[in-house]
Design a protein around this ligand. Structure first.
Ligand code: NDP
Ligand code: DGY
Length: 372
């Protein structure tokens, strides 16, 4: 085999070759035997084309099909062929040489992983609006584009937030357990009484897409006031929605319901801790659909046990999944859901489509549907 041809074979096999190569039929026979790569033979032109598709790594096999099918049309996909998150060592091993990664919030994308992926990596697309699992700064420095899925999941998550709030406030899971375990003896005047939203003060921390939609959905429940705290001034939005922007201290001290709807970042990490719970109303109910890390969970457990606050509804915890021996699961005044905020079928299908489209756009160097 001549040296040029040997080099070409090696490049093909390692995937470092891009574009179209022209070869005569003799060379082609040898190369085909050697590489087993897909080729298009065009006899009338007396050469063949090797179209090297971009390589995409997908971190599990159960993302809604539409996204994976879209990628398959234009890319070589390799995936972790299981319906659970790829183990870290497998991820590190298999990401080498890839052009793009389709990932979820389970997959930590840090410097180590980017190093392992190597210089071909151009796009990371996460099937989530939260991107705290990705070292975005490091990606930017390396010129790697990051796609995500805002907006499409806002309604589903706001709806779940309201459902969780009502379930926690009206003790639905606690009451349902009584039905199953024989605790339901008769209709009783003061049994399983909870708290209504009507006439309450609703507080929302983080007044972005989801926070605002939660406010809209809770208004018809006739709270006396809806107030919020956010990083930036939102006077116009507040006026439009008939809600009030208040300082953090006022939010925590006066809210009957305190809903956490912020993103997770250095400022919000462990923000809800003992110091905060100590200043909340003892009758207050905390709802978190943001990220588990925004709440100092040991402090929360202590606050719930000590009666510093009344109850908590959590769609997100630390860690996830929550271990079965977590004290949170022993508290009757806590509702825990397994991070299902955006989990409606249409939403998850659309999230998969957007995640794939972001990758294809990133690889082509054109505008993504949503880019961080
Ligand atoms: P947005 O970016 O629209 O909203 C996030 C809000 O957090 C912003 O309004 C921002 O304030 C606020 N915020 C961030 N840091 C601070 C801070 N230090 N102090 C006060 N406010 C702060 O995102 P979304 O509403 O679309 O999503 C919010 C988060 O919800 C996601 O990041 C994700 O973690 C979580 N999520 C969870 C889901 C689930 O399944 N449970 C589903 C979807 C999302 P400002 O606008 O003033 O800058
Ligand atoms: C997100 O999108 O950030 C959620 O946590 C999952 O949908």
């Amino acid at each position: 085999m001549n040296p040029v041809f040997r080099q070409l074979s090696a490049a093909l096999l390692s995937g470092s070759l891009r574009g179209t190569i022209r070869l005569g039929s003799n060379d082609l026979r040898q190369l085909l035997a050697f590489t087993a790569r897909p080729v298009t033979w065009e006899p009338h032109r007396r050469y063949c084309c090797f179209e090297m598709k971009p390589k995409v790594y997908v971190t599990r096999n159960d993302y809604a099909r539409i996204g994976l099918d879209l990628l398959r049309e234009e890319c070589d996909i390799s995936l972790w062929d299981e319906g659970y998150p790829v183990p870290r060592d497998e991820f590190l091993k298999n990401v080498a040489g890839k052009d793009a990664i389709y990932c979820s919030l389970n997959d930590r994308i840090d410097k180590e992983l980017l190093d392992q992926a190597g210089p071909n990596l151009k796009v990371i697309s996460t099937i989530s609006v939260g991107y705290d699992h990705i070292d975005v700064k490091e990606c930017k420095q390396r010129g790697i584009r990051v796609g995500y899925t805002p907006d499409v999941l806002t309604d589903a998550t706001a709806e779940l937030t309201v459902a969780l709030l009502l379930a926690t406030a009206r003790r639905m899971f606690e009451a349902n357990k009584q039905v199953h375990t024989g605790g339901w003896k008769s209709w009783s005047p003061m049994w399983m009484c909870g708290t209504s939203v009507k006439n309450s003060v609703v507080g929302i921390f983080g007044f972005g897409r989801i926070g605002q939609e939660v406010a809209k959905r809770l208004a018809p429940f006739k709270p006396s006031r809806i107030q919020f705290t956010s990083r930036t001034d939102k006077f116009l939005t507040a006026e439009d929605l008939n809600v009030t922007q208040v300082p953090f201290d006022e939010l925590i001290e006066t809210s009957d319901f305190l809903i956490i709807a912020c993103s997770y970042n250095v400022e919000t990490a462990n923000l809800f801790n003992d110091a905060v719970f100590s200043r909340m109303k003892p009758s207050a109910i905390l709802i978190n659909t943001s990220r588990g890390g925004v709440v100092e969970q040991h402090d929360l457990i202590h606050a719930l046990r000590a009666g510093k606050i009344q109850a908590a509804g959590l769609d997100v915890t630390t860690p996830e999944p929550l271990p079965l021996d977590s004290p949170l699961l022993t508290l009757p005044n806590v509702v825990v859901l397994p991070h299902i905020g955006s989990a409606d079928i249409e939403t998850r299908i659309e999230m998969s489509r957007i995640t794939a489209c972001n990758i294809l756009a990133g690889l082509k160097g054109i505008r993504m549907l949503s880019e961080v």
